[in-house]
Design a protein around this ligand. Structure first.
Ligand SMILES: Nc1ncnc2c1ncn2[C@@H]1O[C@H](COP(=O)(O)OP(=O)(O)OP(=O)(O)O)[C@@H](O)[C@H]1O
Length: 265
């Protein structure tokens, strides 16, 4: 089955996006399917974050378009877009004095946070159930009453993940979700992501760690704003592609059945 023929696809179609005046994304075409974990990789400045923001409709393309379920993103009502596409931005700061459960509840989009939750619509049973489910799935329920300031970096990242999942999105877009996390927490994030993907969520994650990217279903390698390679990890994470993108010689091998990339300097 081709990417185009899949239903519910989030697609970039010949997308050109400027970051400021800089042409950061130059003619990217890529499809992201539900129930699939896609890692977006590439060297610093390759256009990864710009692509992610464009997929969310947070930046306007110069040309080309983003489509959700076959329709241009701009045609979907804003409320539909923000419930279908959840975002975990790079280095996102959580409100430190706020309790975990309240932070996760923010993901429901039922209010705004200004020194406390200002409701913009009535809280429903569905909201309550979605928050409980998100806390449970990310293993944050056990510290739901603690304040963010009392949590470690890895625990905060799980709370951010819970807040995103509370929206019950179709797609979760993550910008460097494992940044600053130790190995155990980084693997945790990937494990949670895999679990949600098995339940049908589409995940697009910008990752710098190529060995974490190797655990994705698909990898999109960006270089100078363009797709250098896309497909299953073994076809993208090759010495030739990685040398072209990063200018570094690497060895690609298998350890205990896993693909492993090692710098060969
Ligand atoms: N506001 C801006 N004005 C001018 N150039 C910008 C602006 N924002 C980003 N850029 C440039 O656009 C290019 C792509 O940036 P982007 O943040 O998308 O890259 P990235 O692949 O996510 O990088 P990193 O891995 O370093 O986070 C970079 O060269 C960056 O310097």
């Amino acid at each position: 089955m081709t990417e185009r023929s899949r239903p519910n696809l989030l697609e970039a179609v010949n997308l050109h996006v400027r970051a400021g005046t800089y042409p950061a994304v130059r003619g990217v075409t890529a499809g992201f399917a539900p129930g699939e974990f896609t890692a977006v990789i590439g060297p610093n400045g390759a256009g990864k974050s710009t692509l992610l923001r464009a997929l969310l409709g947070l930046s306007v393309p110069e040309s080309g378009e983003v489509r959700l379920c076959g329709q241009a993103l701009g045609h979907w009502p804003r409320a539909h877009r923000s419930s279908a596409l959840a975002y975990l931005a790079q280095g996102e700061e959580l409100p430190l004095a706020t309790r975990v459960r309240d932070v996760v509840a923010l993901g429901r989009g039922a209010g705004e946070w200004r020194w406390g939750l200002i409701p913009t619509r009535p809280w429903t049973e569905e909201d309550e159930a979605a928050v409980a489910e998100a806390l449970e799935r990310t293993d944050t329920l056990r510290f739901e009453h603690r304040r963010v300031s009392e949590l470690s970096g890895g625990e905060r990242q799980r709370v951010s993940l819970a807040r995103a999942l509370a929206a019950r999105p179709r797609y979760l877009l993550l910008d460097e979700p494992t940044n600053h996390l130790d190995l155990a927490y980084a693997l945790d994030v990937v494990r949670y992501v895999r679990c949600e993907v098995a339940g049908g969520l589409g995940v697009v994650a910008v990752l710098h760690d190529l060995n974490l990217a190797a655990r994705a279903d698909r990898v999109v390698l960006l270089h100078q704003g363009q797709v250098l390679a896309a497909g299953p990890p073994a076809t993208v994470l090759t010495p030739a592609h990685l040398h072209e993108a990063y200018g570094v010689q690497v060895l690609v091998t298998h350890v205990a059945g896993r693909l492993v990339v090692v710098a060969d300097d």
